[in-house]
Design a protein around this ligand. Structure first.
Ligand code: DC
Length: 228
């Protein structure tokens, strides 16, 4: 592919387990853009809250941690640092997952993360995934995708990921479906920048699509945009 791209922002949003991260990473790789997983940033803030012993929110927001990302354009793996310590593995724990919707709904947390996300995206072409990238972080993103998939399919994918990450004990499929539903409900109903499809986002149902097919569909949209 010899096509030249100007600076571009590709926003991929959607509920938990809809296939965003794997697909976004592949799209970034194929286009030579960087990939940013914004959920990891909120997870790192949540880990800090847990490590501090769940302080009151009034106290916590006065002392937010410094989150930095290690972005590797060659592998498209992202490292997430909490006050300088690599917590890329720790942020996937069940305890973090159970508390992240709450911590990410706090205004000061969102303001800090969104500012960082904008700084990254404004300086280089990026594929960024999250919940509010197309609605709040980059409302003028060049290509916006909103990914959805059947709840059962999403839970099966999460279970598979957890197996690969050797997360123990593994929850049952029914429990996982329930926690995913609860997290989506919380993320969709929060006051500030809830999980929501932007009016101009393309809806992509990934229930029956392979990762490769999902990436191909997004790249087609990028080409169409770029050749307009
Ligand atoms: O993508 P993930 O499951 O790692 O995201 C974890 C949580 O972070 C998700 O439940 C809601 C929050 N989040 C958010 O509020 N805004 C984003 N842009 C990304 C994630």
């Amino acid at each position: 592919m010899n096509e030249q791209f100007a600076h571009m922002i590709i926003a991929i949003d959607g509920p938990a387990g809809s296939g965003k991260s794997t697909t976004a990473r592949l799209v970034a790789k194929k286009l030579g853009f960087i990939y940013v997983d914004t959920g990891a940033m909120y997870r790192a803030v949540t880990l800090y809250w847990l490590e501090q012993g769940k302080p009151s929110i009034q106290e916590f927001i006065l002392n937010l941690p410094i989150i930095t990302l290690g972005i590797h354009p060659e592998t498209h793996e992202q490292q997430t640092f909490l006050n300088g310590i690599d917590v890329s593995g720790k942020i996937r724990s069940r305890e973090v997952t159970e508390n992240v919707s709450y911590i990410s709904s706090l205004k000061p947390v969102r303001e800090k993360m969104v500012e960082m996300q904008r700084n990254i995206g404004n300086s280089q072409s990026v594929v960024m995934d999250g919940r509010d990238i197309g609605t709040a972080v980059f409302p003028n993103a060049d290509v916006k995708i909103f990914m959805i998939a059947d709840i059962q399919e999403r839970a099966m994918r999460r279970l598979q990921e957890m197996k690969i990450q050797s997360i123990m004990p593994l929850p049952s499929l029914a429990d996982l479906m329930e926690t995913i539903k609860q997290r989506d409900a919380f993320d969709s109903s929060r006051e500030i920048d809830p999980l929501k499809k932007a009016d101009d986002a393309v809806l992509l149902d990934t229930s029956k699509l392979s990762i490769e097919d999902q990436a191909t569909k997004i790249i087609e949209l990028v080409h169409t945009f770029n050749n307009q």
